[in-house]
Design a protein around this ligand. Structure first.
Ligand SMILES: [Zn+2]
Ligand SMILES: [Zn+2]
Length: 620
């Protein structure tokens, strides 16, 4: 049972969305994995062929180099080398030049099968102990199963020959435009006890346009990296005393609370009731919910008075205590209980990354208890809520509908009804959605919510699940229907932002830090031109704050141009420069962070306008 199946939102759900090649490079340990060229994408044979050509160039320029592995990865390829000296960026240029010569020579890639012993002897004679190690592992595995040593296959192009299963392109001339990107250290087989090799990352594409686009996106993704912007914009920081848990600075926390407040407003309008349940919960609850058996390794356990408690990894089971606090009537449903639960999940420290892979996070969670016949209308309303919330950021959500998996629990007839109602709701919503047959949770059909950011990267943020089994059955939930019978409700688990931490990380990358005006931590900076204008600047700030605008006054002794540049770097939506003329007329001319100079407005009128803009929650 995966985290995503069990809970509402997995912070690791979009594990592969990081554009960073190093991140995409899987940790490879077993011999089988080491030999897998990862030919999963149509571009992969070309990527892997480029890795061979790169290895040829390295062997040529640095004789005696020992080869690790060189697979295709998302967006490119790498090869691991053991060599006498550390590589420098200049070396990459020389390797590229040598690769270009191999491409121009158009060497065919030729496969050869060897007798097992002959192949092993060849690699040993070639001075490639890592390759021999892979072969020996495969032989040992075969021997364990009582099988003979497997045959050895190699691919050769020009002078270079490598232990390899392929596939490859026909010849080196088929490689498209390529670029070597970086060098990083990588332990052999991902183990700290083995030698550290040097890994060269590269990328190759079918056309120059694709290569250029890839390089632009990579560059842009770096500039927008929320971990970097979080520090530059003074939003949050991370410290080793609490790995995977953000320390929110005043500005970041203002953003956080503003997003929460917007969602609370939406929820109140939609008839939700907010609850709060304890973060520390006895193990018996997790035994009842099934987490103890299937999810314990991801839970932080705490001992007290010889009893074991856990920091909750999700809110779901506790909401049932509030549901069951009294007898529920069909008239009360839908009962919408929302909760900003503080969750902890014990992710390995090695996979933690910024706000998108964390140990501690908060979800804008809700559990909605409905009668089975209410599933359709409730889901339709929920999709509307999602659409509204995402419009605040200019994001267009798309949906993926996951239907009944093979190992589903619960009444097949109820599954059928629930799926049909959810599908109708999706159709009525008029939103784009895909269907993934069998991708539902084992206890619920589900709708996953994805967004595409400004760089075309897809992020999964949240889900809606119509739980037929987990809460209703395991926690024995009932309501009294029209005829006085006790019957089971359906529990809809839903989050809209998903993890607030993750959502903020995505939002920062999507906007490059230029957050929408309504949720920007500082919405405007008042910039007095000279010291004598400072008093009036403070006065203007008071007028704006009275209307709820988050405003700062730059009282530093910097020159005006520096103050403007600073505010622009901090991506503050409006700069209000005050000099003699403005103060005398009690006006201000907003200047936007994009550099647009707007018409002067009286202070009160400006405050009014900005307050309206905040309330409207437009994405600009
Ligand atoms: Zn190969
Ligand atoms: Zn839930």
């Amino acid at each position: 049972m995966s985290a995503a199946e069990r809970g509402d939102v997995s912070p690791a759900a979009a594990a592969d969305v990081d554009d960073d090649l190093e991140f995409a490079a899987a940790r490879k340990g077993s011999a089988e994995e080491l030999l897998d060229a990862d030919a999963h994408d149509p571009l992969d044979p070309m990527r892997h062929s480029a890795a061979h050509v790169m290895a040829e160039a390295v062997m040529d320029l640095f004789p005696g180099t020992r080869l690790g592995i060189g697979p295709a990865i998302e967006g490119g390829f790498y090869y691991d080398f053991e060599m006498a000296r550390p590589l420098t960026p200049e070396d990459l240029g020389a390797i590229e030049t040598r690769m270009a010569a191999s491409v121009a020579a158009d060497h065919p890639f030729v496969r050869r099968e060897w007798e097992p012993d002959e192949g092993r002897a060849f690699l040993e004679a070639a001075g490639q102990p890592y390759k021999v190690e892979i072969l020996d592992d495969l032989r040992a595995a075969a021997a364990q199963h009582g099988e003979p040593p497997p045959p050895v296959s190699t691919y050769q192009h020009g002078p270079f020959i490598d232990l390899c299963r392929g596939p490859h392109v026909e010849s080196t001339g088929r490689l498209g435009p390529f670029k070597l990107l970086s060098v990083a250290g990588a332990y052999w087989r991902g183990s700290e006890e083995r030698p550290m090799l040097q890994r060269i990352y590269g990328t190759v594409w079918s056309s120059q346009e694709e290569l250029d686009l890839f390089l632009w996106r990579r560059d842009e993704a770096r500039k927008r990296d929320h971990r970097r912007l979080g520090v530059a914009l003074d939003l949050f920081s991370f410290h080793d005393v609490s790995p995977g848990s953000a320390f929110w600075h005043p500005k970041g926390w203002t953003l956080y609370r503003t997003l929460e407040a917007a969602m609370r407003e939406l929820q109140e309008r939609r008839g939700y009731q907010e609850i709060y349940t304890p973060p520390l919960v006895h193990q018996k609850l997790w035994q009842q919910s099934g987490h103890w058996d299937h999810y314990r390794e991801h839970m932080f356990l705490v001992e007290a008075e010889e009893q074991t408690f856990s920091l909750k990894p999700m809110n779901c089971p506790e909401s049932t205590f509030i549901y069951k606090s009294r007898v529920r009537s069909y008239r009360e449903l839908p009962l919408r209980l929302s909760e900003y639960g503080k969750l902890h999940r014990n992710e390995l420290s090695g996979v933690l990354s910024g706000l998108t892979r964390v140990r501690h996070f908060v979800t804008d969670d809700a559990h909605i208890f409905v009668r089975p016949d209410q599933i359709g209308t409730e889901i339709e309303a929920l999709l509307g809520e999602v659409r509204e919330a995402y419009s605040w950021f200019g994001l267009e959500p798309t949906f993926t509908f996951g239907t009944r998996p093979e190992k589903a629990l619960g009444d097949p007839a109820l599954w059928q009804t629930a799926e049909a109602l959810m599908r109708e709701a999706l159709d009525r919503s008029g939103m784009r959605y895909r269907v993934k047959e069998g991708d539902g949770a084992f206890y619920a059909p589900k709708i996953d919510i994805q967004i595409e950011d400004a760089l075309g990267r897809e992020w999964q943020t949240a889900t809606v699940q119509a739980d037929l089994v987990m809460l209703p059955e395991r926690f024995d939930l009932t309501y009294v229907d029209e005829s006085g019978e006790h019957v089971r409700p359906v529990a809809i688990h839903r989050a809209i932002y998903g993890s607030l931490e993750r959502f903020i990380g995505v939002l920062i990358e999507h906007t490059g830090g230029a957050l929408p005006f309504w949720c920007a931590p500082v919405q405007a900076v008042v910039i007095p031109i000279a010291d004598r204008h400072a008093e009036a600047a403070l006065e203007l700030a008071v007028v704006l704050r009275a209307k709820g605008i988050r405003v700062e006054v730059d009282e530093s002794s910097n020159r005006m141009q520096n103050k403007i540049r600073l505010a622009q770097e901090q991506k503050v939506p409006y700069m209000l420069v005050l000099g003699d003329r403005e103060i005398e007329a009690r006006t201000a001319s907003p200047r936007t962070r994009a550099g647009e100079q707007q018409e002067p407005l009286a202070w009160e009128a400006l405050a009014e306008r900005l307050a309206e803009q905040t309330a409207a929650r437009r994405p600009d």
